[in-house]
Design a binder for this molecule. Structure first.
Ligand code: MEV
Length: 310
């Protein structure tokens, strides 16, 4: 029996701009996907829990190994990561499944290989992904990701977010957006063509703010962090990836002295997945979430990436 797990991720900042080669700052969260894979005696005994996933993952593995068939196996996936919420569920599931399948086939793997193959799966799911999600769930920790760095096999940043800051983050789940990440990325592409000036300003702001955020995190500067999250959120609103519903929750958090932003692709209609929220007094965040009848959970940031469980 092979067990592999991978964490979810959040974008501290840089989402969408990262598709256009700008940097993004990401980190893992302590919500994990667990994949258990074991040999099955025959095909009829294979439990088809996730057919769609198999249809994506198996061809990628077969192509890489230059093989035609895979012996029968049973697949069991359990996940703490809500699907379609901006927490990188597809990357975490694909990465752990690919790693488990390679182990099952007695193929040695390392994180670089799983990252590369998971990127192929992400392309099927999301059309034109940056590769940031798969990179983060594979390597774990705090990650500075730039699309152009992919080939250089960059490693995560060797720093932790200071507990003074990290203890004040919460996730508020607004629900699964009507629009997929793929659709949101396509919408942004259209906007970039229709409003090139606005889009250029968005990209420049995201880059500047993402760099500032890393510096605020390194210094443990709370005031700067709150300012950057608020400005970063406004910048994301300027490209239409924050629904009026999510914007109203975020405004309420700002009114009580905190900051919040969408996290990942966002949404246009109502739900936008999780909001990353920050406040010195987390009770205030819970109160705002409760006033919208939404769950608010405390998370640990920077947890370990993909790993084979014993
Ligand atoms: C999705 O989690 C984040 C986006 O920037 C898309 C990507 O990076 O592939 C919206």
């Amino acid at each position: 029996m092979i067990k592999v797990s991978a964490p979810g991720k959040i974008h501290l900042l840089g989402e969408h701009a990262v598709v256009y080669g700008k940097p993004a700052l990401l980190t893992t969260v302590d919500l994990r996907v667990n994949v258990i894979l074991s040999a099955a005696k025959d095909l009829s005994r294979m439990r088809d829990t996730s057919n769609k996933l198999k249809k994506v993952i198996e061809p990628i593995v077969k192509k890489y190994l230059k093989i035609q068939t895979i012996p029968p196996y049973q697949l069991n996936i359990s996940s703490q990561i809500p699907i379609g919420s901006g927490l990188g569920s597809s990357a975490a599931v694909s990465a752990s499944y690919i790693a488990a399948l390679l182990s099952f086939l007695k193929v040695q793997w390392d994180l670089n290989l799983i990252n590369d193959l998971t990127f192929e799966a992400e392309k099927v799911f999301h059309g034109n992904p940056s590769g940031g999600d798969n990179f983060t769930v594979c390597f774990g920790g705090l990650v500075w990701f730039r699309k152009s760095d992919q080939d250089r096999q960059i490693k995560p940043l060797n720093i932790n977010i200071s507990p003074k800051l990290s203890k004040n983050f919460c996730l508020i789940n607004t629900g699964t957006p009507k629009e997929s990440t793929k659709k949101m990325v396509e919408n942004v592409k259209e906007l970039s063509k229709k409003k090139p000036k606005l889009f250029k300003a968005f990209l420049q702001n995201q880059e500047r703010l993402t760099k500032k955020m890393l510096s605020a995190i390194k210094k443990g500067n709370e005031d700067d962090l709150i300012r950057i999250i608020r400005t970063g959120e406004k910048n994301l609103e300027s490209i239409g990836v924050v629904s009026p519903y999510a914007a109203s929750i975020i405004k309420k958090i700002e009114k009580v002295g905190g900051a919040a932003k969408i996290c990942g692709g966002g949404g246009k209609t109502k739900a936008t997945g999780v909001l990353l929220a920050y406040h010195q007094d987390k009770k205030k965040l819970t109160e705002v979430a409760m006033s919208y009848n939404l769950p608010c959970y405390t998370i640990t940031l920077g947890t370990e990436g993909l790993k084979q469980e014993s």
